[in-house]
Design a protein around this ligand. Structure first.
Ligand code: ATP
Length: 231
């Protein structure tokens, strides 16, 4: 589903964030991206979301080259990806329901579809009863559940989660990991960057370890390893 061929990203300040990366990811995989702060994990997510363009090499997503994608095709590409952020990024003036609905509204979904699609995802994340709460009235874990509901409501093929448990306590993090696994078991591919050694070592998914913008390790049922210290 995703192929990186000798991909390099150099930012305008000449920082080489990733360097000559070749990588293949199949539909339905659950991948942990690990590595020290600055290793290039977020850059990989940004390249996949077309938030940044590669400086060299090729990224193929579902048979299409991202570098050849036309500007007007980018919104359609992005709709196939759900993003989950460390800092949740909910709209503070909108309720939980409205935050999730907003992800559909921006795609031009009709109101009746929105009414039909929002409740099941709120139910899936266990927060239908908090549909009318504003983010400030929710705990961090609940806010992230809403973030996940928003990411999945468009039924994406891929979820890119950039340190989604980074701001949460261990118990809450585990609850969210169960949710991510449920979503993955339904067939959605997940790429998650994380610094959480315990989660990576317990779940034993594919681990891609980055160091200085290169792949240091790529292992099925991998472990967190020694490559990292806290950010
Ligand atoms: N927009 C940018 N402009 C310039 N340099 C950048 C930009 N974004 C990232 N970098 C640099 O690129 C390198 C890789 O950064 P990236 O954010 O991909 O790392 P990371 O592995 O996600 O780190 P962290 O674990 O701290 O989130 C770093 O040296 C960083 O300073």
């Amino acid at each position: 589903m995703i192929h990186f061929y000798n991909v390099t990203k150099v930012y305008p300040n000449h920082v080489k964030a990733i360097s000559d990366i070749t990588l293949h990811i199949s539909k339905g995989e659950f991948i942990f991206l690990v590595g020290p702060s600055g290793a290039g994990k977020s850059t990989i997510c940004k390249l996949l979301f077309c938030e940044e363009a590669a400086s060299g090499g090729q990224i193929i997503f579902r048979g299409k080259s991202l570098s050849r994608m036309k500007r007007r095709e980018v919104p359609y590409h992005r709709r196939t990806i759900g993003m989950v952020f460390q800092d949740f990024r909910l709209l503070p003036q909108k309720t939980a329901w409205e935050n999730v609905a907003f992800a559909l509204e921006v795609t031009g979904a009709p109101r009746r579809d929105i009414k039909r699609l929002v409740p099941p995802v709120l139910e899936l994340v266990g927060l239908l009863h908090k549909a009318d709460a504003f983010p400030a009235q929710l705990s961090g874990g609940e806010q992230q559940r809403i973030g996940i509901a928003r990411a999945i409501v468009n039924n994406p093929l891929l979820i890119l989660a950039d340190e989604p448990t980074g701001n949460l306590d261990p118990d809450t993090s585990w609850d969210l990991m169960k949710l991510f696994q449920d979503i993955n078991n339904r067939g959605t591919t997940i790429i998650m960057s994380t610094h959480d050694k315990q989660i990576v070592d317990t779940l034993r998914k594919r681990v891609i370890a980055l160091a200085n913008g290169k792949i240091a390790r790529d292992e099925e049922r991998g472990e967190y390893g020694l490559c990292d210290s806290a950010p």
